[in-house]
Design a binder for this molecule. Structure first.
Ligand SMILES: [Zn+2]
Length: 162
């Protein structure tokens, strides 16, 4: 069996942050790492679930909504995947900062009625807002060199595929 690309990354040295992961058929995948892997600090299932609802809603109503293909949680509960089409890294970065800011203003978890969700009791609005705020703070502190480096990784991937 072939190893999928995300397993080839050394997770022990991975710090929380925003990373370009892969570009396949024009679809870019980003690693939104909220927590340092294997460090006994994970998003609770309820927090991860609520962020899935909140950030997906914010991204799909944001400036780049036409380019958002998918947003969903990692099973390890250290972060999320975001799939986009036609966006540069800095545009994804800006869209995320905008969406995380919108999450901070939410007074309920969108789509959390019984008929809208597969586990409607398992939500944590306050915990999700706290985790989104922490991640926004982390993104805003991201050095321009680090943003540039991710931008270049994505550009290189585009050159190899097209
Ligand atoms: Zn749900």
């Amino acid at each position: 069996m072939n190893t999928i690309p995300s397993f080839e990354k050394n997770h022990d040295s991975l710090q929380p942050g925003l990373y370009f992961s892969t570009l396949q058929k024009g679809v870019a995948t980003y690693d939104l790492r909220f927590k340092k892997p294997n460090s006994d600090d994970y998003l609770s299932p309820a927090v991860s679930h609520s962020i899935e609802h909140m950030l997906a809603t914010a991204l799909r109503n944001g400036t780049q909504k036409e380019h958002i293909l998918y947003f969903g949680p990692m099973g390890c509960r250290t972060g999320f995947y975001l799939l986009t089409e036609g966006l540069a890294f800095c545009e994804v970065y800006d869209a995320l900062c905008e969406a995380l800011t919108a999450c901070a203003d939410m007074t309920s978890v969108p789509g959390a009625l019984q008929m809208q969700c597969g586990n409607y009791r398992e939500h944590d609005l306050a915990g999700a807002k706290k985790a989104c705020n922490a991640y926004l703070t982390l993104l805003l502190a991201m050095q321009s060199q680090a943003i540039q480096a991710e931008e270049e990784k994505q550009t290189k991937a585009a050159q190899h595929h097209d």
